[in-house]
Design a protein around this ligand. Structure first.
Ligand code: FEO
Length: 394
């Protein structure tokens, strides 16, 4: 692989993973990913920030060897997840004198996950600094920028922020810096939806804290380096705000066509009322696309047929995920069909306990939807439009 220089003495030494197509056995990676690690040479000390996924350990160590790094003083770990910390034991074998610098909570997780001895750690507190000679690292503890132990590292003199997962995105690209902001916006929004959205409340505050630092660059641990931090900070300020858009997301499954007819009718009725609609057939939906759509939508209408006495399991899975992602959606409803009974609508609405939504009465139909069903869906569209007007997004 290859190392690249961000500024004099600061190198990107991590790894690309062009082939990886799924993360956590859950999140699709249409563009692969990268595990970024950064080497900082000060006048007296050398530090490595984060490592890489163990699958790519050879890339990291070969980059360090090619740069002639014979000694590491510090290995800063911003986040204990394996894609950033998993190569730490191997790096410590190569550089046994290096101190692992992190906060107490991250240390405890690293000990549990990697079975490292406590003696190798230097524990830092929020705001603490570490001198590399002519360069200074400062650490800010930022819980829930994915996990509870996460922190960000600030290179004071160069004004470069190393926020690990935060502000990054999954993409393997040979470009060191972002050159196409429209592409980066979509990829970063998808990543925010999949990884950061559940922690919107915490992240909102970190965005302004980072803005106050006036970073010259943001160097995350996934995706290319950002030389225009305002772009991503403005995007995060929008995504984490309480503002929703005049949009309805309809995740659905249909077994014999009844639910699909209802989705088609409701979609048309909403479009006729000037509302943006995003239907997702869950049998062929990339869940990253669904998460992306949930970032801004004011309303979600979940559409399900009935399997035995409850909702279709694929709809249950998507509803569980949507609830866990905690979008800022304001309104929700359920539509669908059943054959001889069941409690699909009740089951789905009970699953939305993490989302602060106002429930709009469901439209469930016995068998094939008829004219009365379509009129009920028109009334649902009217109700959604009225709700959107009440919060001034129409
Ligand atoms: Fe990229 Fe939370 O790990």
């Amino acid at each position: 692989m290859v190392s690249r220089e961000l500024v004099s003495g600061v190198f990107s030494v991590g790894a690309f993973d062009f082939d990886r197509r799924i993360f956590d056995e859950l999140i699709p990676l249409p563009e692969g990913t990268s595990y970024n690690s950064y080497l900082i040479r000060g006048s007296t000390k050398t530090a490595l920030i984060d490592t890489v996924d163990p699958a790519k350990e050879y890339d990291l160590i070969s980059n360090l060897v090619r740069l002639g790094v014979e000694h590491l003083d510090y290995i800063v770990i911003n986040h204990a997840e394996q894609d950033h910390a998993g190569t730490l034991p191997m790096i410590l074998e190569f550089y046994p004198d290096a101190r692992v610098v992190t906060n107490a909570k991250c240390r405890d997780l690293l000990v549990a996950l990697l079975h490292l001895p406590l003696e190798c750690f230097t524990v830092i507190a929020d705001g603490e600094t570490l001198s590399l000679g002519d360069r200074t690292l400062q650490f800010f503890i930022t819980p829930w920028t994915h996990w509870p132990e996460t922190q960000i590292t600030w290179l004071v003199e160069d004004k470069i922020l190393f926020p690990c997962d935060l502000f990054g995105f999954h993409a393997a690209t040979s470009e060191l810096f972002i050159t196409d902001e429209a592409w980066a916006y979509r990829s970063a929004k998808r990543y925010y939806a999949e990884i950061m959205m559940p922690f919107r409340g915490s992240i909102k505050g970190y965005v302004e804290k980072v803005r106050a630092l006036s970073p010259a660059m943001i160097a995350p641990s996934h995706g290319p380096v950002n030389k225009n931090p305002k772009f991503i900070l403005d995007a995060y300020a929008d995504w984490t705000s309480d503002t929703v858009k005049n949009e309805v997301v309809i995740p659905y499954v249909s077994m014999h066509g009844s639910t699909a007819k209802m989705v088609e009718h409701l979609t048309g009725a909403l479009i006729a009322r000037g509302i943006v609609v995003r239907p997702f057939n869950l049998t062929r939906t990339d869940i990253g696309d669904l998460a992306f759509a949930l970032v801004d939508a004011a309303t979600v209408v979940i559409a399900t047929p009935t399997v035995l006495f409850g909702p279709h399991p694929t709809v249950v899975s998507a509803t569980y995920l949507a609830n866990a992602l905690r979008p800022k959606t304001r309104f929700a409803s359920v539509i669908g069909s059943y054959g001889w009974g069941g409690k699909s609508a009740e089951t789905i609405t009970k699953m939305l306990d993490h989302v602060k939504v106002e429930l709009i009465p469901p439209v469930m139909v016995l068998g094939e939807p008829d004219e009365a069903t379509m009129q009920a869906l028109d009334r649902l569209a009217d109700e959604i439009l009225m709700k959107h007007k009440e919060i001034n997004i129409v």
